[in-house]
Design a protein around this ligand. Structure first.
Ligand code: GLP
Length: 245
């Protein structure tokens, strides 16, 4: 789907999130959301916060799982995805049970990583699986932190970040040398198990990758291309990001 600009696209995504939450509330069910970080979803969260403050959106029955977190980062660090989610969403939500918020831990001893990843997968399953998963698009086609070469079968795991990803994050960390080398991310199979997936991308610097994601061969060299195999995934682009299609 192509939208005129990032604003219109973000509102459309927020509407889908709000209606998924409201439908679950009306049915007396839990709603399990998969959430993303990066600059792309910021306006979606702003719109959800607006709806919440206005009184038309409750998070009482919402359970969330974030895609990823840098490894070796403290949750209070400015660049951590824990901090990002607090600032952009969770700090503004007044009726959500904090124990329903899940984000991979960035501060773990190496020996604890595998167990944490297994527990993260188990928690998603125990919650009933993800109803709606939000994704951004990395410059080389990564989703979450599943870089080029990640297997279709991957589950939540520790990864080494691509040079390009670290360069893109350099300004947030005030220099490439400060960007963590590793991260913990849901795997591609974890993401593809979601019942509905929305990938969003804006701007002309995403145009080439967006085209490879939608129209290119399905390959682990472009992890986002695996979405083509999903029965209920949509790629939402603004005009600039759609210019390579
Ligand atoms: C990071 C995140 C991804 C995100 C990507 C793109 O790599 N782990 O989840 O999609 O950045 O970021 P942006 O939305 O800022 O372009």
């Amino acid at each position: 789907d192509v939208y005129v600009d990032a604003d219109e696209l973000s509102r459309a995504v927020a509407v889908q999130f709000a209606s998924t939450i409201n439908a679950a509330t009306a049915a007396g069910k839990k709603c399990v959301l998969g959430l993303a970080t990066g600059s792309t979803p910021v306006m979606v969260y702003r719109e959800l916060v607006r709806l919440h403050k206005e009184g038309s959106l409750s998070f009482r029955n919402v359970i969330t799982f974030n895609l990823d977190e840098y490894y070796g980062i403290h949750p209070d660090d400015l660049q951590s995805y824990h901090k990002f989610m607090a600032v952009h969403l969770f700090d503004h939500i007044t009726d959500m049970d904090p124990s329903n918020i899940h984000i991979p831990k960035g501060l773990l001893h190496e020996s604890e990583v595998q167990r944490h990843c297994d527990e993260y997968e188990a928690a998603i399953e125990e919650a009933g699986g993800i109803d709606l998963q939000l994704l951004g698009l990395g410059r080389m086609g990564h989703i979450g932190f599943n870089e080029r070469g990640t297997s279709r079968e991957s589950r939540t795991h520790m990864v080494y970040l691509d040079r390009v990803t670290r360069l893109d994050a350099a300004s947030d960390f005030f220099g490439e040398q400060h960007v963590p080398r590793r991260a913990i991310t849901m795997g591609i199979s974890t993401i593809l198990k979601a019942r509905r997936i929305l990938l969003m991308a804006f701007g002309e610097n995403k145009a080439g990758t967006a085209a490879r994601c939608v129209e290119g061969p399905i390959t682990s060299q472009v992890p986002a291309s695996f979405l083509q195999e999903h029965p209920n995934a949509s790629v939402l682009l603004d005009l600039a990001a759609s210019s390579g299609l």
